[in-house]
Design a protein around this ligand. Structure first.
Ligand code: UDP
Ligand code: MG
Length: 317
């Protein structure tokens, strides 16, 4: 199979039939063998019934129904796990993404990229609550992850199957997949895609998503840089803090010996003790991190590297 479309769905029943029709229309022209995976993320409307009806009429439509609402990232992850296609394309279920763009994404993939990320160049959402925070978040993510895209939040992306199978998603992290897979050496590019206003149903998010994205960004940044060597981050801070503590201690002693200020009357003594304590804490955190990293990699036989290709060594892959 060429292509798996993964669509997270939370209360989108009026959009499902038009979505199906548009997908069929877009992919029939390009003659692509595909499956359409609809992941019902605990909808409380009749989304599941509509999806089921579509699946009964067309075996290419497959439905996963989660037991409750787990969130968009989890729904997408469920779809990724069940997908059979060589290329996996997630897409919103509210028709804001345009299925007509899919053949163009696939073309880019066949040029040799592992990930093609959609860029909603003319985004059809509210300015103040959505486009502005998103613009700032995109800049920040670009700077912090070193993977330079204009639009991380666009659900419409295309992934080669094997890069996606190497990462796990948590929280609101679907937008960080390009950054996460670039860590394992995937080639990432972007492609401007069409974006349309939502016609039916309601957006599931508000301004509070910005905060959640920022928190996830901190996690991702840490995972990208230090997940296999936490001691190097915590150790650096620990050493730095201990050094400042030693300086502060030395000043306290100097003031006692040369200025006659008793140590227990000197507030710097408290600072010294505080800094030395926290420095040691950081070092211990780093060591704990090292143990956890080893447990993580060794219990699942997960190497700390990824291989793109081998020659005369087929059994290594
Ligand atoms: N969605 C989901 N679970 C959720 C929230 C959203 O599966 O908890 C789906 C939703 O049905 C839609 C996609 O994720 O297909 C994007 O959601 P939405 O359109 O509300 O986001 P926006 O376009 O406003 O950023
Ligand atoms: Mg939407």
């Amino acid at each position: 199979m060429d292509l798996s479309l993964v669509v997270p769905i939370y209360n989108e029943s009026p959009n499902l039939r038009p979505l199906y029709d548009q997908v069929i229309a877009a992919l029939a022209v390009a003659n692509i063998d595909f499956e359409l995976l609809l992941v019902d993320d605990g909808s409380s409307d009749d989304s599941f019934a509509v999806a089921q009806a579509l699946a009964n009429a067309d075996p290419r439509v497959k439905v996963i129904r989660l037991r409750r609402n787990f969130g968009q990232t989890a729904a997408m992850s469920a779809g990724f796990d069940a997908a059979h296609g060589e290329v996996i394309v997630p897409m919103d279920g509210d028709l804001q993404n345009d299925p007509e763009d899919i053949p163009r994404l696939l073309e880019k993939i066949s040029e040799g990229y592992d990930v093609v990320s959609g860029w909603r160049k003319e985004r059809q959402d509210k300015l103040l609550s959505r486009r502005l925070p998103s613009m700032l978040a995109n800049r920040l993510i670009s700077r912090m992850t070193g993977v330079h895209l204009h639009d991380y939040g666009c659900t419409l992306k295309a992934y080669k199957r094997d890069v996606l199978s190497q990462i796990n998603l948590y929280g609101e992290m679907h937008r960080f997949v390009p950054a996460l897979v670039s860590q394992i050496g995937a080639h990432v590019t972007e492609l401007p895609v069409n974006h349309r206003p939502r016609m039916a149903g309601e957006s599931k998010y508000g301004i509070d998503r910005t905060l959640r994205v920022i928190l996830d960004l901190i996690t991702v940044k840490f995972m990208l840089k230090y997940s296999t060597r936490p001691m190097q981050l915590f150790g650096k801070w620990g050493m730095g803090i201990i050094a400042v503590g030693c300086i502060s201690g030395a000043i306290t002693l100097w003031m006692k010996w040369f200025q006659g200020l008793p140590m227990n009357r000197n507030p710097l003594l408290t600072l010294t003790a505080f800094l030395l304590f926290s420095g040691v804490q950081f070092l211990v955190l780093g060591l704990l991190g090292e143990i956890i990293t080893r447990t993580y990699h060794e219990t699942q036989d997960k190497p700390i590297y990824t291989i793109r290709d081998t020659v005369n060594l087929e059994d290594t892959l």
